[in-house]
Every structure is written in structure tokens, then in C-alpha cells.
Write a protein that binds this ligand. Structure first.
Ligand code: PFF
Length: 449
């Protein structure tokens, strides 16, 4: 089995590119708004530090030791009497489920990049009408941009780990950071900044209910790309001698930093114009363009840069969502990368059309189950169920199934004795407990608050 290897910086950028995505720049800011700001951010940060980082190390370890596709890595590492663990490797298919709606949203972003050029909407009503019209009526336009997104993403994946994935991440990730930090510096000089800062970092405990906690845990997995084998698949191409612990730390840190920066930038613009925080998923598509229209031509430039950064973030994550299945198909069926990409691509592309149609007025009823649009079902089932389940399996596998000596042999020399003990405790007890709590809460067995 020959898996191409990343360069060390290529791996860091690819893993960070996977983690930093629409989850950071689109979802995190609007979720923060919906759940009232500071308290939600605090739970999110604590979850990332306590569980997210530990599970990321565990997931990277499986990939780095297994050196195969996700199914192959679990199979190879499981003891002889526990080979059934290979089925956990099918978590790699979650990526395609996420891609169904992720690609649609990247399509919206592409559409907006062009829409912005013809001028920003000056009132929330017009902005809302544009967004609602796109999502509710313009199936053709959405299918067009979803197709463009699919072609770009599948082409990058087709070019492989070195020539496609590593290259795109080494280019787009620095560009994305440059744009976002540039916007942050600009935002810091605006009146709204201090308000945005206190909104995000002063906890309002009364807003914190069990739903907010569950969503924060779920989102911490989504944002770090955990629980579906993306990081595991990349780690199968980890250069020898690269430190798992260090890389996981850098990736977690960058991902968190970028989410916080995106939140600060967006809320500064919003508060600068006196707009309210709770805007829902339309936050960056409706509220932000209106707010920026008050800045004149500069506003158009800022909006362009923002949507450019958003599209970069989306693309680098999207390739990591497709790669696990492609790697699996290549390994298992000895097929060419081209064929594997074609199968995976067509698969998510078609369901994606169903997802976007489920929001349209004409087809919504047809693509809904029990009144819930397919788009929402796909998003909810991955974010809130499948990724945490994947995370739980990873934690149990590394914490209980893999022999401790094997785990320690790699990680102790990276972390040192004391940190290893804390990390191992987290993987065995803290992460599973939090994830089980979350799932029980979802099923309604345990409802607090
Ligand atoms: N982490 C990405 C984001 O925040 O948008 C989404 C994602 C990518 C989730 C890859 C899971 C994954 F495996």
C-alpha cells in the first residue's frame, strides 16, 4: 500500500485547512449570536480544550499508526479478536453526507462573490429578499454553483495528496489568514469592536441551556473536523518523525483563533451599525452585506475579501471531506483515483441537489421528511449525531482497544509523562462521558435546562 506523504508544513496546513472552514466563519458566528454570546463561547472553548484536542490527537494517532484508509487503519490496528472495529472506519463516509450541503453553501458563496460586484444591498429587506429568492426560488442558479463547487473540489482531490490537497492548502490557508487578520485590524479601529469583544467574551449565564451546551459540543467536533476520518486519512500521510501532539495543538489553536477572529470581525461590523446579534444562518449572507453597504466602495471591497476568505475556507475543508472515501475506494477496490473521485463526487453531488431543492418553494415538500427539509436533516444528523458518535468510537478505540503501551510508545516522548497521563484520562473518561451526555440529551433521555 503506498500512501503519498505530506511535507511537514503541508500536513499542518492541510489539517488546519480541513478544520478551518464554513464552520468557523459562517456557523460559529451565527451560533454565538443565537445562543447569546459569551457563555456559549466559553463552553465551546472549554470543550475544545478538554475534549476536542484530546480526540484530535487520538484520531491522528490511528491514522499515523494505521497508514491506510479509515477502514484499513482500524482493521490493521485492532487486536485479532476485535477485527469488527474495522466497521468504525466507515465513519469516513460521513464526509460525503456533509459534502451534500457543504457544497451547496460553497455554491452560495460563489454566487455572492459575483452578486457583490453589482453592488451591496442597502436594506435588510432587500438583502433578505436576495438570499430568500436564491434559496427559495432559484434552483437552477444554485445547481449551477453547486456544480462549479463540485468540479473544483473533485479536481483538487483527483490531483492527489501532494499535487492537489497539499498545494491548495499551502496557497489558500495563508491567503485566508492574511485577509481575516487584515479585516480584524480594520475592525479594531471601529466603534463596534469593544461591544463585539464584550458580547463574545462576557458570559451571560442565563442564556446557557442544555441545548446550547449540546450544540457547543457538537460544533467543537464539526469545527475541528473530528469524528469522520478526515484528520485520520490525512494522518495516514503524516511525514515520519512529525509530532502528532504538536501538530494537533497547532491545528486546534489555529482553528479556534480563526473562529474567534471571524466572530469579532462580523460582530464589530454589525454593532458598528447598531444591528442586533441574533440573525441565524443568514448572518453573513444577509446582515453583513447590508452593514458593509454603509461603508461605500470600501464596504464592497471588504465584503469581497470576506467572501473570498469564506470560499477559501470552504474549499480546503471540502477536499478533506471527500478524500477519506476516495482513499477507501482506492485501497479497497484497487481502483484508479479518477474513478474513485468520480464515484464519490457523483454520489454527494446528486444528494446535494436534493438538499438544495428541499429549501425551494417548488420542490420543498417533495424533498422533506416529516416536514423537515432534507438539507436540515443532513446537517443535523452529521453535526449532532454522526460526528460525536465517530468521536466516541475514536476515544474508545484509542483509550480501551489499542494497548496502552502502543499508544504510550508514540505519545509519551512527545508529551512527557505528566501530560500523557492527563491526555489518556481525557480520552478514556472525559471525552466519552461528554459525548454520551450529548447523545442522551439529543435523544431526549436526559434533558437538562
Ligand atoms: N471543519 C470544517 C468546518 O469547520 O467547516 C468542516 C468539516 C471538515 C467537518 C471536515 C468534518 C470534516 F471531516
Amino acid at each position: 500500500m503506498k500512501v503519498a506523504q505530506f511535507s511537514r508544513i503541508g500536513f499542518i496546513m492541510a489539517a488546519a485547512g480541513s478544520a478551518v472552514g464554513l464552520g468557523n466563519i459562517w456557523k460559529f458566528p451565527y451560533m454565538t449570536g443565537e445562543y447569546g454570546g459569551g457563555a456559549f463561547v466559553l463552553v465551546y472553548l472549554v470543550t475544545i480544550a478538554l475534549i476536542g484536542f484530546s480526540v484530535m490527537v487520538a484520531e491522528m494517532l490511528i491514522g499515523a499508526l494505521g497508514r491506510r484508509d479509515t477502514v484499513g487503519s482500524f482493521e490493521r490496528l485492532a487486536p485479532p479478536d476485535k477485527k469488527g472495529w474495522k466497521y468504525a472506519g466507515f465513519m469516513g463516509f460521513n464526509g460525503l453526507i456533509i459534502m451534500t450541503f457543504y457544497s451547496v453553501v460553497i455554491g452560495w458563496i460563489f454566487y455572492y462573490l459575483f452578486e457583490i460586484l453589482s453592488g451591496l444591498p442597502t436594506s435588510t429587506d432587500t438583502a433578505k429578499a436576495t438570499f430568500d429568492n436564491l434559496v427559495g426560488n432559484e434552483a437552477g442558479i444554485q445547481i449551477f454553483w453547486h456544480t462549479v463547487a463540485t468540479i473544483i473540489v473533485t479536481y483538487i482531490v483527483y490531483r492527489g495528496i501532494k499535487g492537489g490537497i497539499e498545494k491548495i492548502n499551502l496557497t489558500l490557508m495563508p491567503a485566508l489568514m492574511l485577509i481575516l487578520f487584515g479585516l480584524l485590524i480594520y475592525a479594531m479601529n471601529l466603534d463596534g469592536f469593544s461591544k463585539a469583544f464584550s458580547f463574545m467574551f462576557e458570559p451571560k449565564w442565563d442564556k446557557l441551556n442544555s441545548e446550547a451546551i449540546v450544540r457547543a459540543i457538537g460544533h467543537s467536533f464539526f469545527t475541528l473536523s473530528l469524528g469522520m476520518g478526515a484528520i485520520m486519512t490525512y494522518a495516514a500521510s503524516l511525514p515520519k518523525h512529525a509530532s502528532i501532539t504538536k501538530t494537533a495543538f497547532i491545528v486546534t489553536f489555529m482553528d479556534t483563533l480563526i473562529a474567534l477572529v471571524a466572530g469579532l470581525v462580523i460582530y464589530t461590523f454589525l454593532f458598528h451599525e447598531g444591528a442586533p446579534a441574533a440573525q441565524g444562518p443568514g448572518l453573513v449572507f444577509i446582515s453583513l452585506p447590508v452593514v458593509l453597504s454603509n461603508f461605500g466602495t470600501l464596504g464592497t471591497a471588504l465584503a469581497l475579501l470576506f467572501f473570498l476568505a469564506l470560499s477559501f475556507a470552504g474549499l480546503t475543508s471540502a477536499v478533506s471531506l471527500v478524500e477519506p472515501v476516495v482513499q477507501y475506494l482506492i485501497d479497497r477496490f484497487d481502483t484508479t483515483r479518477f474513478k474513485a473521485v468520480l464515484i464519490a463526487g457523483i454520489g454527494y453531488y446528486l444528494v446535494g441537489i436534493g438538499a438544495l431543492l428541499s429549501y425551494t418553494k417548488a420542490w420543498g415538500g417533495f424533498f422533506s421528511i416529516a416536514g423537515k427539509p432534507l438539507f436540515d436533516i443532513l446537517e443535523y444528523s452529521t453535526d449532532s449525531i454522526l460526528l460525536p458518535l465517530g468521536g466516541l468510537l475514536i476515544a474508545i478505540f484509542v483509550g480501551y482497544v489499542l494497548p496502552k503501551e502502543r499508544v504510550a510508545a508514540v505519545l509519551k516522548k512527545e508529551m512527557g509523562e505528566r501530560v500523557f497521563t492527563v491526555w489518556y484520562f481525557s480520552v478514556r473518561y472525559i471525552a466519552p462521558t461528554a459525548l454520551v451526555f450529548m447523545m442522551l440529551n439529543l435523544t431526549g433521555i436526559l434533558k437538562i435546562g
